[in-house]
Design a protein around this ligand. Structure first.
Ligand code: UDX
Ligand code: UDX
Length: 465
């Protein structure tokens, strides 16, 4: 069996960074080099103060501290790392296409293809290429085509090894995974050998029975399916939240009652202002696009509804705010607590907060944002990306502050959009006292369950109750 001595990972992002850090920590005899074209990002990964690495994940800096400089390296020299490696992970981003055919739906595979061409150009020895990025089914075939036809007679094996880590718990998900999926060309000796080589890497710390091997297509499709099912649960409970508000049922009570059925299970039944993150929407859109391209319109429509429900939930929440504030928020100061798409991450991709803010800005509100981990520039970049108004206007109408109390002082309303633990510990009495009256609180995360209206004074709206 091929013994892996050198690993290269292209893409030092939310997936590549933590995954490689854990592999390096658990496999001290393997040299792991993470490369990226973004010099600033690599410089941050190499920052002397390990707390300054570019991705915030609980426990990650300790892992990086242990392995960096020993067998974990971060570099912008992509060619050198490819040349040296026996195994190359591709962890570059695959955003939804913003142009041409499949615009707004299909995954943009431009970066993946560039990686493949670079690997083909540089490689002089056999390589195992591992798809880590989430990809449409049958991407491996395209990769193989490029590698085999533009290479130097080098043998390439393509594996699919999708990532199931969730942000905020990435290190724990990597150290104790429910399962690791490895798809490969298991009908050939070389394919089997490549699969075994990767199994051997993970077997350093993952029990063998949790290492699942499949053919490449099953592995690719399993990733999309897992994310679609998870997102579907959130949209299902969010659909119920609207019904609860009309009927006097409470969505948390419903979720608990339903989740205690062991066939259903309790996880991913928390109603919210809408799911965000880089994966759910993108992967479902991908699934919809693939289904349509095979003429499977009913399948496509079924999954598209999960996204439509999510869009509705975000809009409905923002509309509820406007309606409650006497049908106008024009010129009113609204405090947004939380910008990240969930707690314990500084990632904001597709965060519901962006869409709620945009809706309120369209209604001419003045927005003040506080988030414990998201940088000011990121918040403006997220709003600019929507292209709804000029970046000057975004900077005038949206303020970003360093404490929650600055955000809420003299505000007409406050809304909780990320479930940061610290929001539960805030002095809500003080917040109420310092706001304009009547003061309104909109809880998009059901964080303040036990704090009654009498306790904190607010007019209180919590999603699904
Ligand atoms: C990942 C996955 O790879 C994606 O498929 C999944 O669905 C979402 O998460 P992530 O690690 O979160 O992506 O993306 P990001 O943090 O944007 O990191 C990707 C990195 O790749 C960036 O730092 C970018 O600079 C780098 N990159 C991109 C390259 O080094 N080369 C390229 O050609 C393109
Ligand atoms: C997800 C998958 O969980 C992970 O396996 C995959 O590899 C990448 O996509 P991630 O996007 O990091 O991970 O976060 P996740 O915890 O799944 O949450 C996604 C969104 O759903 C967040 O906005 C979260 O707040 C929301 N959510 C989640 C709910 O609104 N309710 C829930 O009950 C669970």
């Amino acid at each position: 069996m091929t013994q892996i001595k050198n690993i290269c990972c292209i893409g030092a992002g939310y997936v590549g960074g933590p995954t490689m850090a854990v592999i390096a920590q658990k496999c001290p005899e393997i040299e792991v080099t993470v490369v990226d074209i973004n010099e600033e990002r690599i410089a941050a990964w190499n920052d002397e103060d390990v707390e300054n690495i570019p991705i915030y994940e609980p426990g990650l800096s300790a892992v990086v501290k242990e392995a960096r400089g020993r067998n974990l390296f971060f570099s912008t020299n992509v060619d050198a790392a490819i040349d040296k490696a026996d195994m190359i992970f591709i962890s570059v981003n695959t955003p939804t296409k913003t142009y041409g055919i499949g615009k707004g739906m299909a995954a943009d595979l431009k970066f993946i293809e560039l990686c493949a061409r670079q690997i083909a150009r540089v490689s002089r020895t056999d390589k195992i290429v591992v798809e880590k990025s989430t990809l449409p089914v049958r991407t491996a075939e395209a990769l193989k085509n490029i590698l085999d036809n533009t290479g130097n007679g080098v043998n390439y094996q393509i594996l699919s090894n999708p990532e199931f880590l969730a942000e905020g718990t990435a290190v724990d998900d990597l150290v104790n995974p429910d399962r690791v999926l490895i798809g490969g060309d298991i009908d050939t000796e070389r394919g089997k050998d490549a699969v075994e080589a990767l199994v051997d890497v993970y077997a350093h710390w993952v029990p063998r029975e949790r290492l699942l091997t499949t053919n490449v297509w099953s592995s690719e499709l399993s990733k999309l399916t897992a994310n679609a099912f998870l997102a579907q649960r959130v949209s299902s409970i969010n659909a119920m939240s609207e019904l609860c508000e009309k009927t006097g049922a409470d969505v948390n009570e419903v979720a608990k009652a339903v989740g205690m059925d062991s066939r259903i299970g309790p996880k991913f039944l928390k109603s919210s202002v809408g799911f965000g993150g880089s994966c759910f929407q993108k992967d479902i859109l991908n699934l919809v696009y693939i289904s349509k391209s095979f003429g499977l319109n009913e399948v496509a429509d079924y999954w598209e509804q999960v996204i439509l429900m999510n869009d509705h939930q975000k809009r409905r929440f923002a509309a509820k705010m406007v309606q409650t504030l006497f049908n106008t928020v024009s010129g009113k100061k609204i405090a947004l607590l939380g910008w990240a798409f969930k707690k314990d991450t500084n990632d904001t991709r597709e965060s519901a907060a962006i869409y709620v803010a945009d809706y309120l800005l369209n209604e001419q509100a003045e927005i003040v944002v506080y988030d414990p981990k998201v940088k000011t520039e990121q918040i403006y970049a997220d709003l600019d990306y929507l292209n709804t108004r000029t970046s000057e206007e975004n900077r005038t109408r949206v303020k970003v502050v360093d404490t929650p109390y600055e955000a809420t002082k003299d505000a007409h309303a406050v809304t909780l959009l990320t479930e940061w633990d610290e929001f539960m510990e805030l002095d809500w009495k003080r917040i109420y006292d310092e706001m304009l009256k009547p003061a309104f609180l909109f809880d998009g995360r059901r964080l303040l369950e036990r704090k009654t209206k009498e306790e904190i004074g607010f007019e209180f709206y919590a999603i699904g109750s």
